[in-house]
Design a protein around this ligand. Structure first.
Ligand SMILES: [Zn+2]
Length: 257
């Protein structure tokens, strides 16, 4: 059984620490900074057995070189030669073992073209999705197009509703403020905002979230909902009504929100 906890880094990143305390072994996901990882590993007396990378951005890989020097972990990541220090490059359908648990790799391009996610199917499914799906939002499209990003989010949306979603940033309150502008009458969203505000007031993370909650409140997963369409129409923001076109309109609105 994995223990999972966030290691805060920079202003709003979470580096996820997966550990198996009896064995003293740990993995981290997207170590953008080595120092807080080293401090937490030392505090818990864990050895870093592996690293999972989701994409090439510096705030996800910046700590890799130093962690390799100290711990020599096995490093998994996308097929991107621009990332230095990956031992095993992964693509959709690949399976890897993380502290005795099986994770399946999904290619989810859009935020970047190399972006991958790690999914564990089990009684409590887990998803590490980097900057693709956020709590209440999604990543900006730095490299992909709207149809590509929309396709990636649709693939994540099709995972079990009970999946716990571990994203890489604490952007939830800003994301939910935008979601409320899109769907002011969504009661589940109103409840979620109250919970998230309470968590942040206590300096607690709002993540992981559950995929079921994302499906009910995240506008980027709700491009097929009549309320979202009506909202875009009333704002004169809709170019077309395919899923990808609706997604593009929501993303463009958020980019200027
Ligand atoms: Zn990124």
């Amino acid at each position: 059984m994995l223990t999972i906890q966030p290691i805060p880094a920079f202003d709003d990143n979470y580096i996820w620490l997966l550990s198996d305390p009896p064995s003293g072994r740990a993995f981290v996901v997207d170590p953008g900074d080595a120092a807080p990882v080293i401090a937490e590993l030392e505090r818990q007396q864990l050895n870093l057995a592996g690293v999972l990378i989701t994409h090439h951005h510096f705030d996800h890989v910046g700590g890799l070189a130093q962690l390799r020097d100290i711990y020599s972990p096995r490093v998994y990541g996308p097929r991107n030669e621009a990332i230095t220090g990956i031992d095993q490059q992964l693509a959709s359908g690949d399976n890897i073992e993380v502290l005795g648990e099986r994770f399946e790799v999904m290619e989810v391009p859009g935020h970047t073209l190399d972006h991958i996610a790690y999914f564990h199917q089990g009684d409590e499914p887990l998803l590490f999705c980097g900057d693709t799906l956020f709590a209440g939002g999604c990543g900006r499209m730095f490299e992909g197009t709207a149809p590509v990003m929309h396709g990636s989010l649709q693939a994540l949306a099709a995972l079990p509703a009970s999946t716990r979603v571990y994203c890489a940033h604490e952007y939830t309150l800003a994301n939910l403020a935008f979601a409320r502008a899109v769907e002011p009458d969504n009661g589940e969203l109103t409840r979620r905002i109250a919970e998230a505000e309470a968590a942040r007031a206590e300096n607690q993370p709002t993540v992981p979230s559950k995929l079921a909650l994302e499906l009910a409140t995240n506008p980027f997963l709700r491009c097929d909902q009549s309320a979202v369409l009506a909202s875009l129409k009333s704002q004169n923001k809709l170019q077309g009504e395919t899923g990808a076109e609706v997604f593009a309109a929501v993303r463009a609105w958020k980019d200027n929100f």
